[in-house]
Ligand binder design. Structure first.
Ligand code: AMP
Length: 423
């Protein structure tokens, strides 16, 4: 028989990695609770059309797409926003606004595998639907800041931009939507020469000028953008919006490291502010998001403004590892229960169940090993206690409790056992 390997880009998460990921998931869920986002669970498999509608060429080409047995073209979700926008036009259509929803789970993209880039990875996704106000955008950035703090990351930095500024210029220069998407996609990859080659001369000069506006101070950069696009009405309104968000986020206690006038993101549905968060040790984003005011309309709903973020949970776990941040999981005592002879198996199982009912982690000796072997094994695996269930002790409602580290043992009454282990 050949030995099997995982499919390229897919990973097994062994106990330590799974624990690290689960720790980040728990923090994301806590953050959702703190900000009033209710969790929803959506399918991993969605109609291809839904996922392709407005995600952008980049992601469309990297989706895991296939026909199911009913001849439907479906795909594995590459992100959550499309599924949530679908719900906003169906089951959640009549919910009072703003609607705050949270999702966490695996997503799939046919990316080139490398450190921090996988084909199956985990995201936590926060969306706030129904508000077009800068305070909604600020909230999305602030909750991302809270998550970064909750996992203990240091020196993380936010980068902020506004798609409305770019689209405002492109629209006023009569660049059609399709070309706009192509331009923004290239700008996202910092391929400025290729991007600007797609637009007329005057527009090119304006976009090139944008690149030079960045200054050391984020507020100064925002002000410079406002002045620079004064003749482009939509872009100017977007630049004012960018400044308003920047002010709110800063007053909310989160520092924005850079305002990038020419910052673009791969997803096509963004219409307003966009942002990403980084740590200096990794040159890949830990999370990113932005405003998408037209997506819900595209899915047949009423025009509904919305803004949101997706955090790359594998990357956050990787970032924590890079900064040597230990997981703080409270570890209860680890206990093994061993019957001395076959006749005590039932009684020993009952004792194991009683201990578990108190919330204790208990393993039962299921290999049928003799006492010495079972204790040797427990020692090797650094268990804390062995509960030895023998005939003589059982007759007095007691068991032998062995402290494996100290190599001491005492006889304990069964209904005082949990207490004795914890004390
Ligand atoms: P996006 O939906 O593209 O905005 O991505 C949101 C976040 O997901 C990014 O900031 C990354 O942290 C994470 N992410 C994106 N692609 C990958 C990938 N291939 N592997 C791991 N994490 C990813």
């Amino acid at each position: 028989m050949p030995t099997f390997q995982t499919v390229r880009g897919m990973r097994d998460l062994l106990p330590e990695d799974a624990a690290a990921l689960n720790c980040v998931i728990a923090k994301a869920r806590e953050t959702a609770g703190l900000y009033g986002y209710r969790e929803i669970v959506t399918p991993v498999v969605e109609p291809y059309e839904l996922l392709a509608a407005k995600s952008g060429e980049e992601i469309r080409q990297r989706m895991f797409t296939f026909k199911d047995l009913g001849d439907r073209t479906v795909a594995l979700r590459p992100e959550f926003t499309a599924s949530i926008a679908r719900l906003a036009t169906t089951a959640l259509r009549n919910e009072p606004k703003p609607l705050r929803v949270f999702s966490v789970g695996s997503v799939y993209r046919y990316d080139e595998p490398q450190r921090g880039r996988y084909r199956e990875f985990w995201q936590s996704d926060f969306e706030i639907i129904g508000s077009n106000k800068p305070e909604a955008d600020a909230e999305i950035i602030l909750l991302t800041n809270s998550l970064m703090q909750a996992v203990g990351l240091r020196n993380y930095a936010f980068k902020l931009g506004h798609i409305g500024v770019l689209r405002g210029i492109l629209s006023q220069e009569d660049v059609d939507d399709k070309t706009q998407n192509a331009v923004l996609q290239r700008m996202d990859k910092k391929e400025y020469t290729e991007a600007f080659a797609l637009v007329p001369e005057k527009c090119r000069a304006t976009l090139e000028g944008l690149l030079k506006l960045k200054s050391g101070s984020v507020f100064e950069t925002a002000e410079r953008i406002i002045q620079y696009v004064a003749d482009y009405s939509e872009a100017a309104a977007s630049a004012e919006n960018l400044l308003a968000i920047l002010k709110l986020v800063t007053e909310g206690g989160c520092e924005i490291a850079t305002v990038e006038p020419a910052f673009a993101r791969g997803l096509e549905y963004y219409t307003g502010m966009i942002f990403e968060v980084y740590i200096p040790e990794l040159d890949i984003a830990l999370g990113g998001g932005g405003r998408y005011d037209r997506l819900i309309e595209v899915f047949g709903g009423e025009a509904t403004p919305a803004t949101g973020v997706a955090h790359g949970l594998d990357r956050i776990a990787l970032a924590m590892q890079t900064q040597n941040l230990a997981l703080k999981t409270k570890q209860d005592k680890r206990v093994v229960v061993v019957p001395v002879k076959d006749e005590q198996k039932g009684a020993a199982l009952k004792i194991a169940q009683q201990l578990r009912a108190t919330g204790m982690s208990v393993e039962f000796e299921v290999m049928g090993r003799k006492m010495a072997k079972a204790l040797e094994d427990a020692d090797k695996r650094q268990m804390d206690y062995a509960v030895i269930v023998g005939e003589k002790e059982l007759q007095q409602n007691t068991v032998v409790l062995r402290n494996l580290a100290k190599r001491t043992q005492t006889t304990v009454v069964i209904n005082k056992l949990a207490e004795a282990i914890r004390s």
